[in-house]
Design a protein. Sequence first.
Length: 84
Amino acid sequence: SGGAAAAPRELSAEDIEAMLHELLEAYTAGAFQKELSALRETCSRSGTNPLLVMGPVVLKVQAPILQRYGQPPSAVGVDLMKHS
């Protein structure tokens, strides 16, 4: 069935706190830090602002966590999380 996606789940304060702990753990993981460092190096060489290109890299670690909390695993989910 190709119906519309389910509405994102309403997050409780406890959900948000747990999600933030999971995100922090993901952000501090060695593999992610290594990828971020390589991105910064590439941006430094090309003169590109890393903030302009880091979205897809960061979303790779955010998406599964967002999905676990009933949020879309996309930029939309990130936006919903920011405004929770």
